[in-house]
Design a binder for this molecule. Structure first.
Ligand code: NDP
Ligand code: HSE
Length: 475
């Protein structure tokens, strides 16, 4: 591509486009946060400066970078005087046009509000802030006529929010289902494929820069819940906050659950699901077994994938790197480009219209199939030597009896569940050499409410030590 260089009236370098139109202006960026994502944003802005200038007709320059600890060694060299530990060096600088917040956490709200109120465009990947304080931020952005963009907050490098807000705007979105947390997907992949422990896989995810500063948000499902709240709010045009999303994490998943699931032909994933029907929606994040042939089953490591089902468009799927510095920075740069172009044109975009006022469906009424793992005690009359790895596999109803002729825990469970409205679709009993064992049950469709009742009842069954795990099964 040809371009002609010269000096702008404000001192910036002019790059005229091949058709001779327009002239670039300098826009200064204040970067707040210089960790995994912030550093990658800076690197792309430096490395691709020329391309970005040609695309936007704006010369994007990083004027200040705010960090917490000025003494910390940085993987990337920056010019003297660029780093500061005072956010006011960005917020109070009238020459800064665009604030890029790459810190995270709800405590950043006053910083973003001040930036917007000062007329600066704000780019963030802070899902906590957008999910729970979005309306206040959007109102401020609109009142101040500035951009507030947050593509990096969901799906890392996957372009999902802009398609949902704009390209799919014509359609009525009925359902969203996907893998939206890279850390947990990485952990589950490593546990399933490599047999790694939860702790070892989490440590690797942290080292790779996928996890949040406090990985509790990842492993307990809160990060995915925040992302689902953002997705559902945009898709359903109804306010959905993190508190409206039922969230369960992956802490209680063990290699044994994954192995039992694999024997049934399933893969285990942490899924985020939002569905709308009438004036109600359901929004939930939880581990789920899906068929190994399901497209989401092959989404591994830190990759994310999001299905969006719209009434008009049908099924669409968005797939890519859901975490990591460079992929997320790619989405952030996309927002910077949009903000720069908008600013040059004198327009802004921040709205997320929430004209519906739908209510959340109670979680106890949500229907699902379930995998139950029931820990069995050593049967009193059963010599440990006779017990084996797998003593029963097959359809429910075959039953089995212990040597003393009494009803087994397996039979009790098998007969109890249907009396609570829980169909038993499959049941297997596994025994260890010490005589203890596991009963693995697959239920038919039932409500979460029925399952909670059943959980209490099963605790009283002789031979049942504990309900070790309950995991939803999806088709
Ligand atoms: P990091 O923990 O790697 O970096 C955080 C940065 O913020 C550090 O530079 C830190 O300074 C700085 N910082 C922390 N507290 C303050 C403060 N009070 N004032 C000024 N600066 C502060 O985070 P990430 O880069 O991983 O994440 C940044 C944001 O991007 C978060 O909102 C996160 O959820 C989001 N995100 C992250 C993804 C990822 O894969 N990592 C993917 C998608 C979104 P110092 O360097 O001095 O410690
Ligand atoms: N901690 C987040 C994840 C980063 O693992 O998905 C991307 O939002």
């Amino acid at each position: 591509m040809h371009n002609i260089r010269g000096l702008d009236t404000d001192g910036g370098e002019v790059v005229r486009m091949p058709d001779g139109s327009g002239k670039p202006r300098v826009m200064n960026i204040g970067l707040i946060g210089f960790g995994t994502v912030g550093t990658a944003v800076y690197q792309i802005l430096q490395q691709n400066r020329e391309e970005l200038r040609l695309q936007t007709r704006v010369d994007l320059r990083v004027k200040r970078i705010v960090v917490r600890d000025l003494t910390k060694p940085r993987p990337v060299a920056v010019a003297e005087g660029l780093l500061t530990d005072n956010p006011q060096d960005v917020l109070a600088d009238p020459e800064i046009d665009i604030v890029v917040e790459m810190v995270g956490g709800a405590h950043l709200k006053p910083v973003l509000l001040q930036a917007l109120a000062s007329g600066k465009a704000v780019i963030t990947a802070n899902k906590e802030l957008i999910a729970d304080h979005g309306p206040e931020l959007f109102r401020t952005a609109e009142a101040c006529d500035v951009d507030l963009l947050f593509e990096g907050s969901v799906g890392g490098g996957i372009p999902i929010l802009r398609p949902l807000r704009e390209t799919l705007a014509a359609g009525r979105i009925r359902r969203i289902m996907g893998i939206v947390n890279g850390t947990t997907n990485y952990i589950l992949t490593q546990m399933s494929r490599e047999g790694k422990s939860f702790a070892a896989a989490l440590a690797e995810a942290q080292l790779a820069g996928y996890a949040e500063a406090d990985p509790t948000a990842d492993v307990d499902g809160h990060d995915a819940a925040r992302k689902l709240a953002i997705l559902a709010t945009i898709a359903f045009h109804s306010r959905v906050t993190t508190a409206d999303v039922y969230a369960e994490g992956i802490r209680r998943i063990t290699p044994a659950d994954i192995a039992y699931g694999q024997q049934r032909g399933w893969a285990l994933k942490l899924l985020a699901i939002a569905a709308q029907e009438g004036e109600q929606y359901e929004a939930r994040v939880h581990p789920a077994f899906i068929p190994a042939t399901h497209p989401l089953a092959s989404v591994n490591d830190a990759f994310n994938a999001i299905y969006v089902h719209g009434e008009e468009v049908g099924e669409t799927m968005f797939y890519g790197r859901g975490a990591g510095g460079m992929p997320t920075a790619s989405a952030v740069i996309g927002d910077i480009v949009e903000a720069a172009k908008n600013r040059r044109r004198g327009v802004s975009f921040s709205e997320v219209q929430q004209y519906n006022d739908w209510s959340r469906k109670e979680q106890v009424r949500v229907l699902s199939r379930y995998y139950l793992r029931v820990a069995l005690t050593q049967p009193a009359a059963e010599p440990a030597a006779r017990t084996l790895a797998l003593v029963g596999a097959g359809a429910a109803g075959e039953g089995s009896q212990f040597a003393d002729g009494q009803t087994s825990a397996r039979q009790a469970v098998e007969h109890l569940l249907p009396t609570y409205g829980i169909p038993v679709a499959y049941l297997s009993e596994y025994r260890r050499p010490d005589g203890t064992g596991d009963l693995v049950v697959e239920t038919g469709l039932t409500t979460e409410g029925a399952l909670h009742t059943m959980r209490e009842v099963l605790h009283g069954v002789p031979g049942v030590a504990a309900i070790t795990n309950i995991i939803r099964i999806l088709n």
